[in-house]
Write a protein that binds this ligand. Structure first.
Ligand code: C5P
Length: 233
């Protein structure tokens, strides 16, 4: 691949499960916000030349960061759901950028590795739909009944955790997301919009330490992974 790619970072969530005084993308790890770790690392990939970040209109934090004045970073208005935030960024990309491909990555996943991004780009660009980073399920999986007792064990052989980045062509992704949103389909990642249209994006096995900061206990783990990665540089 020799053309450059735009990364889209949905960062308009409130992160209520973190029980913190601010959205999780603005919590500090090793002296930088989670969002700064994520965006700086994306821009350090040789094929990524622009990051479009979806931020809530009433967000008081973003404008205080150096990212706000970076010439490779664009801010757009986030939506009420993650899919709406991604669509808002895609509208910008399709009107203003010449990138055929976009790579969507959660702000709350600062621990991804650049070599996983390269693997994803290689697979997605050879695939007719696109691809996502994912990791195989390790634990035995249970389906609960209404009483939160176990109804049955789910065969885990073909089960994967969907991670990000997820990489697709910008125009088809915009079409898939906007049609799904119009029809009130619940979309929690980009791949599911394509699945809903009957397509089968590729799964690329990525590192399981690409965690999404979701609950308070995730912060210490993310800090551990980031420190380890810095020491390995
Ligand atoms: O809440 P969850 O962890 O699933 O959010 C995943 C990512 O989507 C986060 O980076 C969050 O900021 C973003 N998001 C968004 N707009 C929303 C909700 C979540 O950009 N309305």
């Amino acid at each position: 691949m020799n053309e450059s790619i735009t990364a889209i970072v949905p960062a308009a969530g409130v992160g209520s499960r973190m029980k913190a005084d601010r959205p999780k993308q603005y919590l500090t790890l090793l002296g930088q916000t989670v969002l700064e770790h994520t965006v700086t690392k994306l821009l350090s990939h040789p094929l990524i030349n622009q990051v479009v970040i979806a931020i809530s209109d009433d967000d008081p934090y973003y404008s205080t960061l150096a990212l706000a004045n970076h010439d490779q970073i664009v801010r757009v208005s986030g939506g009420t759901e993650r899919a709406g935030s991604v669509l808002s960024a895609l509208n910008y990309v399709c009107q203003n950028s010449h990138s055929e491909w976009v790579l969507v990555h959660d702000a709350a996943r600062p621990c991804f590795r650049l070599d996983d991004v390269s693997k994803l780009i290689d697979t997605a660009t050879q695939h007719e739909v696109g691809a996502i980073l994912a990791s195989p399920v390790r634990d035995t999986m249970k389906r609960a009944n209404d009483e939160q007792d176990i109804d049955h064990t789910v065969e885990r052989v073909a089960l994967w955790h969907a991670l990000t980045p997820q990489m697709f062509r910008a125009e088809p992704l915009k079409h898939a997301l906007s049609t799904a949103i119009q029809q009130s389909v619940t979309i929690t990642d980009e791949a599911s919009a394509f699945e809903w249209l009957g397509h089968n994006p590729a799964l690329v096995a990525g590192r399981a330490d690409n965690i999404k900061i979701t609950q308070p206990e995730d912060l210490a783990l993310a800090e551990f992974y980031l420190r380890r990665d810095e020491e390995m540089k």
